[in-house]
Design a protein around this ligand. Structure first.
Ligand SMILES: [Zn+2]
Ligand SMILES: [Zn+2]
Length: 659
C-alpha cells in the first residue's frame, strides 16, 4: 500500500494538528473542522473518519476521548479505534468546542463541509468568541450527546453540578465572561478558542494509566514524537498523572501557552491549585480523587467488595484495597478531596472538604499526628489562602464541610488556633501553619461505662453487592444526621450566615421551636487534647457527644439504629483551597504524646473493622500482627473467637439481600 504523498515530509504546526501541505490521512486530502477526523497516536497524522474502517459515531465533529492507531503504525493488526472514558475537563471542553463551531456555522449559514473550515483556510477563520452557560447550553448538549462525549461514564444524578465545578475551577482551560466574579454558572469560553488546536489530550485525559512525560523533539519535517504512552503530548499540554484508571486526573497547568490566548489575562495562581501539589509530588506519589461511587445515593455508603468462593452464603466480602492499615479512606471523603497514593496526604482545590481515616475509635485513648504541608495562610492578593482544619469526626459529619462545622465533629482552626464545634469558634490554643505538627489525642470511656446498656454485639450488616462501572461494590445503609443533632446548630448565638444543606430541615423544626435545647447523650470523661509541635495546648473538649445513634420520635424507621461497626470518632482533616496535610497514625510519632503512653497502642485497634468482615487478607493480618506491641487486654475476646462468632452471625443471615 502506498500513499499519494510522503507523510514524513509534512510541515506540522506546533500542536501537530495542521500541516502546511494540507495533506492528511491515507487519501492525502485536507481536513475539515466540521467533519470527524482522528489522530493516530503513533505517527500523529490525522485520518478522516470516512477513510478508516472502524465505524465512528459522527454526531459531533469534535471529540478527544479516543485512541486511534493507523494501519501504517500497526501493520500486524491493522488500524484500531477505541473510545475511552472522558474526564470532566474533556467533556466540558469538547462540549464548548462543538457549541462554538455550531454557533459559528449558524451565524454564517454554513453547512457541514464548508470550505471555510478546511485547514488550508484556517488563517482566515477568526477566533470564535462565543460563551456558553452550563444550564442553558452545556447541560442539554452533553445530555444529548452523552455517549459520544463521555463514553462509559455513568450518569450520576448531579453530573451537571460536577461539570459546573469543573468549568469553574479549571482556569487554565475555561475563561468566564464575568471572570472577576466567576462561578459555576458563568458563561464560559475556551481559553484557547482555536478549535484547530484540539486533539487527544488537549483537555487532559482520563483514560490512561501510567502516562509518562513525553518529550517532543522537533516540530519540523520529520515530526515523530517520542511516544511511549497512550496519548500524544506536547509542550503546551503537559502531563497527567493517573493513580488509577477509575479516578480523575488533571493536566498540569500549561507552562507555555503555545497558541494565541485571546482571553482576558488569567489570574491564575498555580501555587493555589492542587495541581502544583501533584507536580511537586509526582515523583513518588500519585494523587487520586475519592471514588465517584461515594455519592450514588444519599444515606448509603459504598465500599469495594469482591466475589469470594470461600463465602458461599455471603458470596461477596469486603475487599480491603492496599495500602493496608490505618490511612485516609477514599470511600469516605468529599468528592473534591485528593488523596495521595499512600493515602496519608490529602488536599483540595475547593472550599472546605473533609477526609477521614478508615477506622473509628470507640473506647480507650488514641493519638495521631497531622503534618501541615500547607495551611494557615493569610489572605493572598485579597483571596483566602490555604487552610487546614483538623480533629475528630463521626460518620454522620458532613464531608463537604470543615471539621467542627456540625455537632458530629470537633475541630481546630489553623489561622487562629480556635477550637470549633457546631460551627462555633472558641479561643483555645496557638495558631498553626505550614510546617507545624499537630498531635490529636482523644480519650473515650470504656463502652460499658459510657453507655450503660451497651452490649458489644456483632453488627448486622445490611448490604447489597452492586455493580458499578464493572466493579462490584457493597451498598450499605449509612448513618444519617438526625434532626436533634442538627437542631444544635440553631441555638441563639448561632449566626445564620451560610446556606448549609440542613437549613431546610431546621426551618421545619423551627416551627415547633421554643423548646429547650435537645438533650444529647454524652460520653462522660471523654476528652480531646491538642499538641502543637509537642507542646500540649490543654484540654479542648470534654464530655463529647455519644456516637451511638439516637432514637427519638422523629427518627425515621429506615434509619440505622445499631452499630454496624462504623460508629465512633474518626481522625478527620478538612482542607481549603490548596490546604494540604499528611497524617501519621504511628506507631512512631514525631512528638509522642506524654500524658498517656497507652495511646501508642493505636495500631491494635485497626483490626476491628477487618474482624467484622472476616477478611482473610493474610498480608493485612501479618502487617497488623507485626505492629502489635503488647497483647490485647485480658477482657477482650480473642481474635479467633470473634471470628467464629461473626462467622456464625453472617452465615445466619448472610445471603445478599438483593432488592
Ligand atoms: Zn482520508
Ligand atoms: Zn499512524
Amino acid at each position: 500500500m502506498s500513499m499519494s504523498y510522503d507523510p514524513n515530509k509534512l510541515t506540522w504546526n506546533e500542536t501537530h494538528t495542521i500541516n502546511e501541505e494540507h495533506q492528511y490521512c491515507y487519501c492525502g486530502e485536507d481536513r475539515n473542522l466540521t467533519e470527524v477526523s482522528v489522530q493516530c497516536c503513533q505517527c500523529l497524522n490525522w485520518f478522516h473518519a470516512k477513510c478508516i474502517k472502524a465505524s465512528i459515531d459522527k454526531t459531533i465533529p469534535i471529540f478527544t476521548n479516543y485512541r486511534f492507531i493507523c494501519k501504517f503504525c500497526n501493520e500486524l493488526e491493522g488500524e484500531n479505534f477505541k473510545r475511552s472514558q472522558a474526564g470532566w475537563k474533556e467533556i466540558g471542553g469538547c462540549a464548548i468546542a462543538n457549541l462554538m463551531l455550531q454557533q459559528h456555522m449558524a451565524d454564517h449559514q454554513a453547512l457541514k463541509g464548508d470550505s471555510r473550515y478546511l485547514s488550508k483556510n484556517y488563517k482566515k477563520l477568526p477566533p470564535f468568541n462565543y460563551y456558553f452557560n452550563k444550564n442553558d447550553h452545556l447541560r442539554p448538549f452533553v445530555d444529548k450527546n452523552w455517549s459520544s462525549l463521555c463514553t462509559e461514564r455513568s450518569r450520576t444524578a448531579t453530573w451537571w453540578a460536577t461539570l459546573g465545578s469543573c468549568l469553574y475551577s479549571t482556569k487554565d482551560l475555561f475563561v468566564a465572561k464575568d471572570e472577576h466574579c466567576r462561578s459555576a454558572s458563568s458563561n464560559f469560553c475556551l481559553v484557547d478558542p482555536n478549535l484547530w488546536n484540539i486533539r487527544p489530550g488537549h483537555f487532559g485525559t482520563s483514560h490512561s494509566r501510567n502516562q509518562s512525560r513525553l518529550h517532543k523533539e522537533s516540530t519540523k519535517n520529520n515530526t515523530r514524537t517520542v511516544n511511549e504512552s497512550e496519548t500524544q503530548d506536547d509542550s503546551s499540554q503537559s502531563i497527567v498523572h493517573a493513580s488509577s484508571s477509575k479516578r480523575q486526573i488533571t493536566p498540569l497547568p500549561s507552562t507555555e501557552q503555545g497558541m494565541t490566548p485571546p482571553a482576558p489575562p488569567m489570574q491564575s495562581n498555580p501555587k493555589n491549585t492542587v495541581i502544583a501539589l501533584i507536580e511537586a509530588n509526582s515523583s513518588n506519589t500519585e494523587f487520586g480523587q475519592s471514588g465517584e461511587q461515594n455519592n450514588l445515593r444519599h444515606g448509603f455508603k459504598y465500599l469495594p467488595c469482591q466475589s469470594d468462593v470461600f463465602f458461599p452464603y455471603m458470596q461477596y466480602r469486603n475487599s480491603e484495597l492496599p495500602p493496608y492499615g490505618v490511612r485516609l479512606s477514599k470511600e469516605d471523603a468529599s468528592l473534591s478531596v485528593w488523596i495521595s497514593g499512600d493515602q496519608l496526604t490529602t488536599t483540595t482545590e475547593y472550599g472546605f472538604s473533609m477526609a477521614r481515616a478508615n477506622c473509628p475509635v470507640k473506647e480507650g485513648n488514641w493519638f495521631y499526628e497531622v503534618f501541615i504541608d500547607r495551611g494557615g495562610e493569610g489572605k493572598i492578593d485579597g483571596k483566602d489562602g490555604a487552610h487546614v482544619r483538623v480533629g475528630w469526626a463521626r460518620r454522620e459529619g458532613n464531608r463537604n464541610s470543615s471539621v467542627g462545622s456540625d455537632a458530629y465533629s470537633y475541630g481546630f482552626r489553623d489561622l487562629t488556633g480556635h477550637k470549633v464545634h457546631q460551627s462555633r469558634l472558641s479561643r483555645y490554643g496557638e495558631p498553626f501553619k505550614t510546617g507545624d505538627v499537630i498531635g490529636l489525642y482523644i480519650s473515650l470511656p470504656p463502652l460499658n461505662k459510657g453507655v450503660p446498656d451497651y452490649k458489644p454485639k456483632c453488627p448486622k450488616r445490611h448490604r447489597i453487592p452492586i455493580l458499578f462501572k464493572g466493579d462490584t461494590i457493597f451498598e450499605y445503609k449509612d448513618f444519617k444526621p438526625t434532626n436533634k443533632m442538627n437542631d444544635l446548630l440553631e441555638l441563639p448565638e448561632k449566626k445564620k450566615t451560610k446556606n448549609f444543606w440542613w437549613q431546610q430541615k431546621q426551618e421545619e423544626a423551627k416551627n415547633s421551636s421554643t423548646q429547650p435545647p435537645p438533650i444529647i447523650p454524652k460520653l462522660p470523661g471523654s476528652k480531646i487534647i491538642v499538641y502543637k509541635n509537642g507542646v500540649c495546648q490543654g484540654v479542648a473538649f470534654e464530655d463529647l457527644y455519644s456516637f451511638f445513634p439516637m432514637v427519638d420520635e422523629r427518627t425515621n424507621e429506615e434509619n440505622l439504629t445499631e452499630d454496624d461497626g462504623s460508629l465512633g470518632y474518626y481522625p478527620a482533616v478538612s482542607m481549603f483551597r490548596g490546604g494540604t496535610c499528611t497524617l501519621n497514625f504511628g506507631p512512631y510519632f514525631r512528638y509522642p504524646p506524654q500524658p498517656d503512653p497507652e495511646a501508642e497502642r493505636y495500631m491494635e485497634y485497626i483490626a476491628e473493622d477487618v474482624l467484622y468482615d472476616i477478611i482473610d487478607e493474610i498480608e493485612l493480618w501479618d502487617w497488623m500482627i507485626s505492629k502489635k506491641k503488647r497483647p490485647r487486654p485480658a477482657t477482650d475476646v480473642s481474635d479467633s473467637e470473634i471470628i467464629k462468632k461473626i462467622k456464625l452471625d453472617d452465615t445466619d443471615e448472610g445471603t445478599p439481600n438483593i432488592q
